[in-house]
Ligand binder design. Structure first.
Ligand SMILES: [Zn+2]
Length: 86
């Protein structure tokens, strides 16, 4: 983690087992409904069978790939579903 880059906030992701993003949201602590929205998001991620992670974003950093953008070699991985649909 670099201390030269400016933090931009926190994102919550729902990811496949190989780490590709399926759904994503910015944490918006200034919004009164943020915590409820976050809990709803996390529930959705779990209900959909994906993995929930939280990432602090820094200026100039890179997001992991979205599903559909690339895929892993595991034919049983759920990122494959998104390729077929595209
Ligand atoms: Zn995969």
């Amino acid at each position: 983690m670099s201390d030269q880059q400016k933090p931009m906030g926190r994102m919550d992701h729902g990811k496949t087992a190989c780490g590709r993003i399926v759904m994503s949201r910015w944490d918006q602590p200034e919004r009164s409904d943020n915590e409820a929205d976050r809990q709803r998001f996390i529930r959705d991620v779990h209900r959909s069978g994906f993995i929930q992670t939280t990432q602090v974003r820094y200026e100039g950093d890179q997001l992991p790939d979205w599903v559909g953008q690339s895929h892993c070699q595991d034919l049983n991985c759920r990122c494959q579903e998104f390729l077929n649909r595209a």
